[in-house]
Design a protein around this ligand. Structure first.
Ligand SMILES: [Fe+2]
Ligand SMILES: [Fe+2]
Length: 352
């Protein structure tokens, strides 16, 4: 097996959708069962078990429903995407999801200007840094698990924010495009951040195929992606989506540097760290574009969206905190942070 190097791109099979995941409760079981068949009304679905945000059943159900708007699943009829009864089920689930997220977030700090407000909203939760743990202590098994968690987002990084492009105009739209052109590697496949993350995964002996690890990912991970999918799919949440992206950009530089340091400490090659190092540079710039031009530009046009922008920032911060707490707790107890442990690596690791 040749070592993956910068310039690696996924095979056609790796970008194709995978099959449906295994169900995790009554609602996900019914939906997955129905999606495997012909398109038809789904009727009244059973209640999900557990919490609407962090319960396994609801998180997977929502994740699967959202995935129909991304690349879908192998052997699932594409007409399911707009099946009215399925959309009605999704709408119910979203109502419960956002109500619970609002509860978890609590009061969002008020602020006079966007940048100060974003900084305050991001600080609604505090706790130990996951990336610092990675830089200082994580072993290879833990680093591989972290990459698997992040694959849910990174292999579709930027895509839900792109849904805002036709919904914005003028200054915030230009800012979004400026960020997105970097995210998509300025149109060069090997430089797309999604592809660079695939290179990191392959270097870690993981499978960078889209959706390959869905059955490994706990609700606490899926919930973070569900948030941005929900904001991205609904025009009415465009403010929260911009707050979400601004937050990602504003909080990225130090963690990305920490993950690069973790990879370096474990002897991983320059190429395998490229994803993180690119972000250290790019997000130093994206940070101000996201806060001042994207979020600031939107609020200049629609001042009434400021609370929603800040809610988006607080929501992503809170869900990321839950995710980090779960992973750090699991690592602290010497347990897997995934739903099931990874198989032993099949590929020799690239060491610089
Ligand atoms: Fe990126
Ligand atoms: Fe960025």
């Amino acid at each position: 097996m040749t070592e993956p190097r910068y310039g690696w791109t996924p095979s056609i099979d790796q970008v194709k959708p995978r099959g449906l995941p295994s169900p995790r409760g009554p609602l996900s079981a019914l939906l997955i069962d129905q999606l495997a068949g012909p398109v038809r009304g789904v009727g009244r679905p059973p209640a999900y078990s557990g919490d609407p945000v962090h319960g396994e059943d609801a998180a997977l159900a929502l994740y699967v429903l959202y995935e129909l708007h991304y690349r879908g699943f192998a052997d699932v009829d594409e007409d399911w995407e707009w099946e009215p009864s399925l959309l009605a089920t999704r709408a119910e689930l979203e109502r419960d999801y956002i109500a619970r997220v609002t509860e978890l977030v609590g009061p969002v700090p008020e602020a006079g200007d966007v940048v100060t407000g974003l900084q305050a909203a991001m600080s609604v939760v505090e706790g130990p840094s996951l990336s610092m743990y990675a830089a200082e202590r994580a072993d290879l098994r833990e680093l591989r698990e972290l990459a698997v968690h992040r694959s849910a987002w990174q292999l579709k990084e930027a895509d839900p924010h792109s849904w805002a492009i036709p919904r914005l105009a003028g200054r915030p739209k230009a800012a979004l495009i400026e960020i997105q052109k970097d995210e998509y590697g300025e149109g060069v496949q090997r430089d797309m951040h999604q592809v660079l993350f695939g290179l990191t995964m392959e270097s870690l002996g993981l499978d960078a195929s889209y959706g390959a690890y869905l059955d490994h990912l706990p609700a606490v991970t899926l919930a973070t992606v569900n948030l941005v999918s929900m904001f991205g799919l609904h025009r009415k949440w465009r403010g929260a989506l911009c707050g979400h992206l601004a937050t990602f950009e504003m909080t990225s530089v130090a963690p990305m540097g920490n993950y690069a340091a973790a990879m370096r400490r474990l002897g991983m090659s320059t190429d395998s760290r490229h994803f993180y190092e690119v972000h250290v540079v790019a997000d130093a710039h994206h940070s101000s574009v996201g806060a001042e031009e994207l979020a600031g530009g939107l609020v200049e046009q629609e001042p009434e969206l400021l609370p929603q922008v800040l809610f988006g920032a607080a929501a992503v911060s809170v869900l990321e905190r839950h995710f980090a707490d779960h992973v750090l707790d699991s690592f602290g107890q010497g347990e897997t942070s995934l739903l099931k442990p990874l198989e032993r690596r099949s590929r020799r690791l690239v060491v610089a």
